[in-house]
Design a binder for this molecule. Sequence first.
Ligand code: ADP
Length: 324
Amino acid sequence: MLFFDKVTKKYNDDITALEDVLFSIERGEFSFLVGPSGAGKTTLLRLLIREELPSSGSIFFDDIEVPKLPRKLLPTYRQRLGVVFQDIKLLPSKTLEENIAFALEILGKDDKEIKETTDYLLELVKLQDRRKLFPEQLSGGEQQRGAIARALANSPDLLVADEPTGNLDPDSGLAVLNILKDINKAGTTVLVISHDRDIVNQMKTRVIRMIGGKIVSDTKGDYDSVGEPQTPPKRNVVKTEQKEEKDSKEKKEKKKPKKKEQDVHESLKGLNKKILEKLLTAEIKDMDLVLNLTESDLENLKLTKGERKSLEKFVKQYLNKLEK
Ligand code: ADP
């Protein structure tokens, strides 16, 4: 399902954050990624969600070669991943159930599906009776479980949680781990980045250990178990290449000259013309794509400070309207 093929990531030529990282994850697995601070775990995550590109090597998610993915397909790709970031909290002005429902609204689900999925996810993370509470009224562990529920809104194939038990007392940490176990049992592949020895030792599952940008051990067992990193089986790259060839052939055949302005989705109408031009050049034609832009995507768009502010204001107004 996921394959890191000798990935190296250098920053500013002299910092090597990842070096020749080679591993694969099969569908349905539950794995931990462990290692000291500075080992490269966050960098690996940023490459996976394509917030960064590798300096060499490549990343495959099923048939998708992540670094080569056209920008316009990024949001669709990212919807296949559920990521619970360490420092990203639930929206403070919304109740727990509104937080989950909002994630589904952004995905364009209808009212019936929003209600059914929200109920299901609240039950999954065992927070049905906390649904009307605001994040500040929830304990740390409950907030973390709420964030997991929100990350599951788009039914991801792979759930990645960055330090989900950090700062939690042992019992709350265990409750979060049990939820992640249930999610995995229900079919979602789970990768947990963790420093938490006790939590890792509870699971006796696969532990991938990184130090200094390299995978130094990859084995089933405890936090401190040591085993040679495995060499993943070679991928059938030919298939992907043939598919890419076929796709690009189909694309060429389908390609018709289009008037750019006509492609603009209703949700972007009224946006400043210059900003719109920059978005359209990057094939960003609707608000769904704008909402999925990361910090580095925004930098690549080369918006001026004023344009960026104006875009932020436009997005805020759009979300406010949606909320009403
Ligand atoms: P971890 O998540 O395991 O703590 P990181 O992936 O954050 O490790 O960092 C790995 C290394 O890469 C560190 O030495 C860090 O200083 C460096 N690094 C991470 N991001 C950047 C960046 N944007 N620019 C320069 N160096 C970076």
